[in-house]
Design a protein around this ligand. Structure first.
Ligand SMILES: Nc1ncnc2c1ncn2[C@@H]1O[C@H](COP(=O)(O)OP(=O)(O)OP(=O)(O)O)[C@@H](O)[C@H]1O
Ligand SMILES: *[C@@H]1O[C@H](CO)[C@@H](O)[C@H](O)[C@H]1NC(C)=O
Ligand SMILES: *[C@@H]1O[C@H](CO)[C@@H](O)[C@H](O)[C@H]1NC(C)=O
Length: 359
């Protein structure tokens, strides 16, 4: 696929998704068991998980959570340090045992998210719901695995009229590339469809990711409605497998699945669908113009691997950085691998101060 060469004007790439503040902590196997979480998964919190999050009655629940972590720790031979870590250099959320914290917490989370996004060059336009907490995502690290449990809160109250706000309309019109995480399918498919149609009508590039296996399993209908508009689809091997199962592909071969996804019906006939499936430390499968390509990753020693949280998103971010400049796919993959490799060698979703990337 060629996308032409664009100078990177501000607003070239537009994303839509759930704003969630990650709360990351190391846990023990018994902690995952206690909350019925798999070691490597990404799920939406249900009522049984809410008590895990330090929200609402912040202090008590927070203490409750940490206690659980500590209990988990006693069962463990490893030394785990129970603590929430927030995105790099953000201050801890303030805790004052004398006063109810929820209002303060609402504002702080939103503020942290906005500051972090703006500082990384992302111009965020949140729809703010004053009566609901900003969403969070529990990032539970266990050995080299990570289990995500998202408590969407305010993110789940998003409404399509946010796209009618003049400033936001202008952003949608200005963008030439769109990237929407599959997770947003659980919140507002009509908003996805509106942007998807705009992209197809204007021959712009519409991209999504498969997000997590549960999206293909339980949100098959909105996913399959959006798919005909998707020019570039990202996913990992377990998400591809879930997609194949939901669509009765009757194959478990990643290349076959990717090829089949690429050949599903498409609205914009100007370009073929590209499908990119990452496989952890195995090569990345790419379908471009109906051809299968395999791209190696950057091999790491076991001890270099700190925490794989965010590998997939970092890969997509690195890929997009080159792709939206009109660079060939091989260059984009190289940058994606670099970004992913960097992030998994650091704790949390963090990067070193300076970017050492050599295109
Ligand atoms: N063990 C590893 N060694 C080297 N590179 C890795 C490893 N794991 C992940 N990567 C890099 O990260 C990319 C994405 O990895 P992966 O397929 O595991 O994503 P993911 O499962 O979607 O990640 P996550 O869901 O944790 O964000 C890989 O293509 C590769 O570049
Ligand atoms: C793929 O991504 C999902 C969701 O992010 C995660 O739960 C799963 O473990 C990943 N699969 C592999 C094989 O890395
Ligand atoms: C804000 O969230 C509440 C639920 O917590 C919901 O009832 C309300 O409709 C939302 N408001 C807006 C403007 O979305």
């Amino acid at each position: 696929m060629t996308t032409g060469t664009f100078d990177l004007a501000e607003g070239t790439l537009l994303g839509m998704g759930n704003p969630l503040l990650d709360m990351q902590t190391r846990v023990d196997k018994s902690f995952l068991e206690k909350w019925s979480l798999k070691e490597n998964d990404a799920i939406l919190a249900d009522d049984s998980h809410i008590a895990m999050f330090p929200v609402g009655k912040l202090l008590r629940r927070n203490v409750g959570f940490l206690k659980l972590v500590r209990r988990a720790r006693q069962h463990s031979r490893n030394r785990v340090r129970p603590r929430w870590s927030y995105p790099k250099r953000s201050s801890r959320l303030p805790v004052d045992p004398q006063r109810p914290q929820s209002r303060h917490l609402l504002r702080s989370r939103r503020k942290v998210l906005r500051e972090k996004a703006m500082a990384s060059g992302v111009n965020v336009h949140y729809q703010v719901n004053e009566s609901t907490k900003t969403g969070t995502c529990g990032v539970l690290l266990y050995e080299n695995f990570r289990s995500l449990c998202a408590h969407l809160a305010a993110a789940n109250t998003f409404t399509i009229d946010h796209l009618d706000v003049e400033a936001n309309k202008a952003l949608v019109e200005k963008a030439k590339f769109y990237y929407i995480a599959g997770f947003f399918l659980t919140v507002c498919p009509p908003a996805i469809m509106r942007v998807a149609r705009h992209a197809a009508e204007n021959n712009k590039v519409f991209m999504m990711n498969l997000a997590a296996p549960f999206i293909s399993q339980f949100f098959t209908q909105p996913l399959m409605e959006a798919l005909p508009y998707v020019d570039v689809l990202f996913g990992n091997e377990s998400e591809a497998a879930a997609f194949a199962e939901a669509n009765k592909f009757e194959t478990t071969c990643v290349k076959e699945i990717a090829k089949k996804i690429a050949s599903l019906p498409k609205v914009n006939k100007n370009r073929k669908r590209m499908v990119i499936i990452t496989q952890g430390d195995e090569p990345t499968i790419v379908i471009e113009n109906d051809e299968v390509f395999e791209f190696p990753i950057i091999p790491l020693q076991k001890e270099q691997l700190v925490d794989t949280n965010g590998a997939g998103d970092a890969f997509a971010g690195g890929f997009l950085a080159e792709f939206i400049r009109g660079k060939p796919v091989a260059d984009a993959i190289k940058c994606g691998n670099f970004a992913a490799s960097t992030i998994i060698q650091q704790n949390g979703c963090t990067y070193p101060e300076k970017c050492e990337y050599q295109p």
